[in-house]
Write a protein that binds this ligand. Sequence first.
Ligand code: C2O
Ligand code: CU
Ligand code: CU
Length: 473
Amino acid sequence: MKMRNLQVMLIITVLLLLTALGMHIIYTIYNISPTVQLAGRLTGNALKIPVQLEDTNPDPAVSDFVLTAQAGQTDFINGLPAATLGYNGNYLGPVLRLRDGEQVNIRVENDLALATTVHWHGLVVDGDQDGGPHQGIMPGESWSPSFIVDQPAATLWYHPHLMGNTADQVYYGLAGLIYIDDEISAGMEIPKDYGKNDYPLIIQDRSFYRDGSLAYRTSMMDVIPGDVILVNGTVNPYLNVNRELVRLRLLNGSNSQNFNLRLNDGSSFQQIASDGGFISNPLTRTALFLAPGERAEIIVDFSQIDRDRLSLMNGSMAILDFIVSGQTSNSVEIPQTLRDVQTIPIGTAPKTRVFELQSMGVNGTINGKFFDMDRIDEEVNINETEIWIIRNTGGMMQPGGHPFHVHGTQFQMVSRNGQEPPPAERGFKDTVYVDVGEEVAIKVQFTHKGIYMYHCHILEHEEGGMMGQFRVQ
Ligand code: C2O
Ligand code: CU
Ligand code: CU
């Protein structure tokens, strides 16, 4: 059985590689890979702001949500329609706003022609509510997870996780944000007016054909980086802001590209949160690295900016223009203590596991194994803190870094290459970037039961085998 699976997988992999190679050659010969002419940055498009999904349950202690995965059309480039996917809309999805301690019931409907799943990335719930590859939803059917929110305020996200269809479903638009609020976030003196001074920024690289449609291109070597960066599905976006503190909740929602974010004039900003919520103290930064799947919240003080325009850059490319106006409002100070980040308790001789990441083009393995849905790789005891050591031993053809993600938990970093983790990585995280030759040790504890995934969050790697399963009981 195992042998057969492996053979089938190998054959599929070879076929996929051949197809990718063929497509790559066709692209190269006919140069149909597009270069989109974007309008000048002074005449961009207003940044789209996702809606917050309505809770249809009047009981304040319970939220009921309906999320429908559907196909649609989106005009990204010059009014040309592209076939896209979205939740309750044409591209991306609404923000699900949850409160710590409340009961949440979600009905996920699949109006697509294909099966899908919806995974709550970063949410600490039982394995069968997690929306991983085991919770497939057939076309026309629905799935109704329900859980009690059991974690501090944070910016999380959701996206499909179906074996073989994650990368393309995300690429065509299936993703959205989850905000968790709690007493601390509600009482904190920071910008929290959604769409006024608290903005989500879902950042994704994309490519387009000349007819305006999305061009999802992979080769046997890797995923071809998109030449356009979308923010909340907006091409060439701008955002009007006042001269005040503005909070930006950043998600790297790309399939495979890393982002190096900064402001074009080199201004600093304060980082206040990482994947799993607030860090203990605001951190002054001038640059921020985000690998696929990672989030960060930052506060930019526009009262300190005299110019009327500022750009958020990825490397040397402007990805969002801020148009700054109005009077300087009396700058409120960001509290110097955000929250008391409890360190995960750990015993004296914790169980230690090693995860070796190795990539081969768009495929890869963890501990030498390709993903097998019928195999549980690790058995973990509930509530026992373990040390996981993640090593990137490099690879053939594409020796890049891997963002390692663990479902069902928020972990803490113990060390990066034997050193104390940098301040930005001392809070709760669910995804950690491990570059070639690097070794990261994390402290993980699972408080819920079930079967969960760990994987590289380069979605093509995840689908190409770099994923494993563990059972918590
Ligand atoms: Cu963002 Cu396994 O997922
Ligand atoms: Cu996840
Ligand atoms: Cu990877």
